[in-house]
Design a protein around this ligand. Structure first.
Ligand code: FMN
Ligand code: SF4
Length: 439
């Protein structure tokens, strides 16, 4: 996948400074950097929250919750310190957008954390970056040090009398730690497993203090909203889905890459036009529209606007914006197997339906693909997945179940074609054969 791609339909907001040397603080300042936080200092907390609320910005980490609304849940008075956390654990297969923001525009993330802190009255922020993004951690650590060096962070920021510290924290490499409460556990130095909710982080979060946690792309959008205005941002998208989205387009495409398009952009057009269509004269078979945890869409279901509400209506989710395109050479049994290998490996093991369910599904799908399947397995794969749904401690169990259910329901015939010891009709190697290291 090339580092940076472009298309005339792109609307560059979050990616505006990509490729422009904005990792340098001086270049960032030349490109309107740190103007938004200075404006926010003069606005006051309520006005910032309202501006973000009115922009219709919804969380880019997956769930799509209103960012301004989330900030408004933080109590104004608190005996314990408040915190802002930036979730840079990006691990959902198919998703590689936060990576680009951290690489090309790290100060926009710091600035977003600062504005969120002003909005909720926090004096400490953390930018948590997944362990495998070591090179991005180095970029972020330097950006934070540079901001301190100019007096933009620390005591009395911009001469306002407001003290604000922002720290980097590195993960150890676990998908589960992207789940917000597990991230807090990890940040506190504990094993990264989720917490019981309620209470929610806005009230009881990091070290028991009220905490806002947002995704990298969400926070990087905030300075643009403060400078451009909520109406401008809202108008870029569709009703209740403000702004643009970094869509990570991968799979069987002529021009894969991360494209910034308005919310609601048509998926079919995204595939055929923006990403150049399917190579080698092949046909579209299926699309994972929002990262590996989202239900797949068939080729016939792809005439849909890519926003949270339209995709929900179409039976899937916008999730983290990871669009994985599959052509008609793809074996959907292998695809289901590949997805389950990931979730089984990443299950933290805390609760039984996920720990045992993902393991059972992985083993069954592997046996099935290798020609050892019986008809009853097909219903069992679906039944077990349906019984994981909503019955696990955190949404990782759902994330494993949802794509599997959709694949069995929509591509049942492909499962049937693998029965009675018949070889895979697509001549696809199973995951074990492709990646022996995971066996
Ligand atoms: C298993 C799991 C992994 C997650 N991984 C991430 C992640 O890597 N990055 C992220 O921003 N959100 C991730 N989330 C969602 C977070 O829990 C949380 O909703 C998000 O950080 C909130 O930010 P937002 O409102 O800006 O989207 C994950 C959730 C689950 C259940
Ligand atoms: S659903 Fe999976 S990842 Fe989440 S707590 Fe249970 S075992 Fe851990």
């Amino acid at each position: 996948m090339p580092d940076l791609v472009s298309h005339p339909d792109e609307v560059r907001v979050v990616s505006r400074r990509f490729g422009k040397g904005a990792t340098s603080l001086d270049h960032y300042l030349e490109l309107d950097g740190y103007k938004a936080v200075q404006k926010a200092l003069g606005m006051g907390p309520d006005a910032i929250v309202n501006e973000v609320k009115n922009s219709n910005l919804r969380g880019r980490g997956g769930a799509g919750f209103s960012t301004g609304m989330k900030w408004s849940f933080v109590p104004k008075q608190s005996a314990k310190p408040k915190y802002v956390l930036c979730n840079g654990d990006e691990s959902e297969p198919g998703t590689c957008k936060d990576r680009l923001i951290l690489e090309h525009d790290p100060h926009s993330v710091i600035e977003g954390v600062m504005i969120a802190a002003l909005a909720v009255g926090a004096h400490t922020g953390y930018i948590y970056i997944r362990g495998e993004y070591r090179y991005l951690s180095i970029i972020m650590q330097k950006a934070i040090a540079d901001a301190y060096g100019r007096g933009f962070l620390g005591k009395n920021i911009f001469g306002s009398g407001y003290d604000l510290d922002v720290h980097w924290h590195g993960g150890a490499g676990a998908y589960e730690v992207g789940e917000e409460s597990a991230l807090m556990e990890s940040l506190e130095g504990k094993r990264g497993i989720p917490r019981i909710r309620p209470p929610f982080p806005a009230v009881v979060g990091l070290w028991g203090g009220p905490t806002v946690i947002n995704n990298v792309e969400t926070l990087a959008s905030v300075p643009h909203i403060i400078l451009g205005g909520s109406q401008w941002f809202a108008d870029l998208g569709t009703p209740k889905n403000g702004g643009t989205r970094l869509f990570c387009m991968s799979g069987h495409l002529e021009r894969p890459g991360v494209y910034e398009l308005p919310m609601g952009y048509n998926l079919k057009k995204m595939i055929s036009d923006v990403a150049g269509g399917i190579p080698n004269g092949r046909k579209l078979k299926a699309v994972t529209p929002g990262g590996s945890s989202t239900p797949v869409l068939t080729a016939d279901e792809c005439d849909v606007g890519m926003d949270f509400d339209q995709l929900m209506k179409a039976g899937s989710m916008l999730g983290s914006g990871g669009v994985v395109v599959l052509d008609d050479s793809t074996c959907m049994v292998t695809y289901a197997q590949r997805i389950m290998y990931f979730y089984q490996h990443e299950s933290c093991g805390w609760c039984i339906p996920c720990r045992e369910g993902t393991d059972w599904l992985k083993k069954t799908l592997t046996r099935f693909h290798a020609g050892g399947g019986v008809e009853k397995d097909i219903d069992n794969i679906q039944y077990l997945s349906e019984n994981m749904l909503g019955r696990t401690f955190c949404p990782l169990g759902d994330a494993a179940a949802m794509p599997t259910i959709s694949i069995v329901k929509k591509f049942r015939k492909e499962f049937e074609d693998h029965l009675e010891g018949r070889p895979c009709p697509f001549e696809s190697k199973g995951v074990v054969e492709q990646l022996p290291v995971l066996a």
